[in-house]
Design a protein around this ligand. Structure first.
Ligand code: KIV
Length: 291
């Protein structure tokens, strides 16, 4: 779709229409303008401003601590990068659980911050919320399987859908979300056979994380993919860089250079004109500025 500025931006209907395409969809999280610029420059289809920001940026142990204001703040930073990718923002815990009115107001806050679509967790028991947001003309992405906002109810961050009954519940929830009008559904930490069953059962794309190959797309968290977050290593994460180790090495080098007087060098310094330096009486002073 071409917008008023002439740029081609990915839309929720375009993502939905990619179901069944030979090329899987790609989604990566981002939480600020630099990460959004990097993800967009890499040509991904969707940027997720995930509530994982709580864990990988803000230092919490789970996602329950972030509020709608936190998500709006990070969504606005991502939107300022003007990405071509579709910006999907997470509705955080308790922002869509209380009433339809509050749900719509919170979804609207994310759209006003710059999101084009919102994501929420849960299946049939969240259909009211899904309908309310869709009625307000805001595209909704579903999220099933390991839903981190239910961490206490689930008893931890565990693979879901391992029994036949549990798998059936996920498939039925996915069908309900798709029929309600969700434009895509994230499947997190479910066996690949369950993801395949869901993918074959719904008319909109499944986006997997820890759900194997049989999804219509894949998502990873920016900090996991780049090795910025390396304290935990879930089995499903493939690290494409070791940015944490590279950062520590670069910072150590900077500290060494400062302590050894190697930084700043002359080329990294503003110099006044000779006449000014002379008038300041600085010639002949003991300057040690390496070239
Ligand atoms: O918040 C997040 O990053 C997510 C992904 C794991 C899908 O919901």
């Amino acid at each position: 779709m071409t917008d008023l500025t002439g740029s081609r931006r990915t839309t929720a209907p375009a993502v939905s229409a990619a179901k069944g395409s030979d090329t899987p969809l790609v989604m990566v999280t981002a939480y600020d303008a630099p990460s959004a610029r990097a993800v967009d420059a890499a040509g991904v289809d969707m940027i997720l401003v995930g509530d994982s920001v709580a864990m990988v940026v803000l230092g919490y142990d789970d996602t329950l601590h972030v509020t709608i204001d936190d998500l709006a703040h990070h969504t606005a930073a991502v939107a300022r990068a003007k990405p071509r990718a579709l910006v999907v923002a997470d509705l955080p815990w308790m922002s869509y659980h209380v009433s339809r009115e509050e749900t719509v107001r919170n979804a609207a806050q994310l759209v006003r911050a710059g999101a084009t679509a919102v994501k929420l967790e849960g299946g049939r028991k969240r259909l009211d919320a899904v309908h309310a947001i869709l009625d307000a003309e805001i595209p909704v992405m579903g999220h099933l399987g390991l839903t981190p906002q239910s961490v206490h109810a689930l008893g931890g961050f565990r693979v879901q859908g391992k029994t036949l009954d549990a798998a059936r519940i996920i498939v039925d929830d996915a069908v309900a979300l798709a029929e309600a009008g969700c434009f895509a559904v994230v499947l997190e930490c479910v066996p690949d056979a369950v993801a395949r069953m869901v993918t074959d059962s719904i008319a909109v794309p499944t986006i997997g994380i820890g759900a194997g190959r049989h999804c219509d797309g894949q998502v990873l968290v920016y900090h996991d993919l780049l090795g910025i977050e390396c304290r935990v290593a879930p089995k499903f994460v493939r690290r494409y860089a070791d940015v944490h180790a590279q950062s520590v090495a670069a910072l150590e080098q900077f500290a060494d250079d400062v302590r050894a007087g190697r930084f700043p060098a002359s080329g990294e310094t503003y110099h006044a004109a000779d006449a000014v330096t002379e008038a300041l009486g600085l010639y002949g002073s003991s300057e040690h500025v390496p070239a």
